[in-house]
Ligand binder design. Structure first.
Ligand code: FAD
Length: 131
């Protein structure tokens, strides 16, 4: 039996997504977990705050590593309880102003905005592995 397996009480410093997921997974395995948080609310950078009736995100707007984040949420049984909101970003520049819904829409907007730079855009978009 390893030293880790012998532990029954676990202390986690910080209730960001890392601490919360780790704490919940350990609790599901039967460990007694205590999470200490310095801030007045949990969540770390996934949280936001209210000022004068307006809500401000303080960090995460989306999860680039959504495959692992969603898997972790399923493992700790919160995935079904969360209402995800599709993120909309308005992009404004001299040549365009739009809120593309998908990556393809974004590409179309940029290609339309720069009709004389198609070759350069082809090269730029080729650099992205998800293209
Ligand atoms: C502006 C911004 C935008 C971001 N946007 C994205 C995004 O769009 N997509 C994405 O995937 N990621 C994004 N990230 C990154 C993502 O938010 C972080 O990687 C992730 O939330 C980190 O989680 P964590 O649990 O490791 O740490 P944190 O969220 O930093 O949590 C650490 C917690 O520990 C607490 N703490 C620290 N020291 C102590 C102590 N001594 N005692 C007690 N408590 C303590 C803190 O108060 C905090 O609650 C963004 C980050 C920032 C700052």
């Amino acid at each position: 039996m390893s030293g880790y397996e012998k532990m029954k009480n676990i202390v986690i410093i910080g209730s960001g997504i890392g601490g919360l997921v780790a704490g919940n997974l350990l609790a599901k395995k039967g460990y007694k977990v205590t999470i200490f948080e310095a801030h007045s609310m949990p969540g770390g950078y996934t949280g936001g705050f209210y000022r004068k009736g307006y809500y401000f995100e303080s960090g995460t707007l989306s999860f680039e590593a959504s495959a692992s984040v969603f898997k972790a949420m399923q493992d700790i049984e919160v995935f079904e309880k969360i209402d995800f909101v599709k993120q909309k970003i308005r992009l404004v520049a001299e040549n365009f102003d739009g809120t593309p819904d998908t990556y393809d829409d974004y590409k179309k907007m940029v290609y339309l905005a720069f009709p004389y730079d198609q070759e350069k855009l082809n090269r730029a978009f080729l650099r992205y592995i998800w293209d």
